[in-house]
Design a protein. Structure first.
Length: 294
């Protein structure tokens, strides 16, 4: 009997992981297909305009695709296409199943100034924690970090407006519907909350398709997973992701001291303490029966 329970638990674990990776794989494949269509369109246009052969057209397409303006545009298109699929998919599979109790919980427990403040403060701490992790990676392997920086410049350096559209608007909506929507909800069918938060954070890292970014977004993914579980919604996650990504543009306008390691450590410590204090105050108020909405 015990062997049967162990086998059932093993199958449950494998099924939960496999389905989650299949969801991630489908959306990665979708983005690859968009990139392939974009490359094919460039080749076809070049061949029609010049009458060149396939080999020459391939060479011309490669040169075009190495241009940062093209890559930034392609990033926007690929993310938009993915969002067009992920948002309705999440809504049809999970979003429309929300009960009246879920909606009441969201209005009374989530739509509050206190929740908003915690998300903003946590985002600052997580952003500077990511900077510290990236700095450690840069010290440990400068070549890897340089390659990563070049890749990001190619993907988002062609147009600041398009970069903002991709990183601050489209990516948070798309990634949260996939990760904290489709994947997290699937994992909740199989695992306990701590396992769900950890596994979806790892999948979130893998989804970024480069180990540098995949590594430093692990704490962000875990925090977003926690927010999704506590709020029972992807909406706060979208806002938190949006605010977090917007900091990469805003921090460049901060004074130089705000980009130092000492400042980053301070922000991480202060933000963690602030979130803990606000959360503890909330729990104490609820325990004493004097909790109130803000």
């Amino acid at each position: 009997m015990e062997n049967n329970r162990d086998a059932g638990a093993g199958r449950k674990f494998v099924e939960g992981i496999l389905v989650s990776f299949e969801i991630m794989g489908l959306f990665l494949l979708l983005q690859i297909m968009v990139s392939f269509v974009g490359a094919s369109a460039v080749m076809a246009a070049y061949m029609l305009q010049t009458g060149a052969d396939v080999e020459s057209a391939q060479y011309a397409a490669l040169n075009v695709m190495m241009d940062s303006r093209y890559m930034t545009t392609l990033t926007v298109v690929a993310t938009m296409v993915s969002a067009v699929v992920s948002v309705p998919a999440y809504w049809l599979i999970w979003g429309r199943k929300k009960t009246a109790e879920d909606r009441k919980y969201f209005r009374e427990k989530v739509l509050r100034l206190r929740t908003f403040a915690m998300i903003v403060i946590a985002s600052f701490g997580l952003y500077y924690l990511a900077l510290l992790i990236a700095a450690v990676i840069a010290v440990a392997s400068p070549a890897v970090m340089e390659e990563y920086s070049e890749m990001m410049d190619a993907a988002l350096g062609g147009s600041e407006v398009l970069a903002l559209l991709a990183a601050v608007i489209l990516a948070p909506i798309n990634e949260e519907c996939i990760m904290r929507g489709l994947i997290l909800k699937n994992l909740q069918r199989f695992f306990s909350t701590p396992v769900v938060i950890i596994v979806q954070a790892v999948i979130f890292g893998i989804f970024h398709a480069n180990w540098v970014q995949g590594f430093y977004v692990l704490p962000v993914g875990a925090a977003l997973g926690y927010v999704a579980v506590k709020s029972r919604s992807v909406v706060p996650c979208i806002f938190m992701h949006l605010f977090y990504n917007s900091l990469s543009f805003a921090v460049e306008m901060f004074p130089e001291f705000c980009q130092t390691g000492i400042f980053a450590v301070g922000v991480v410590i202060v933000s963690a303490a602030a979130v803990w204090f606000i959360g503890r105050t909330e729990r104490d108020a609820q325990a004493s029966g004097t909790g109130y909405n803000i």
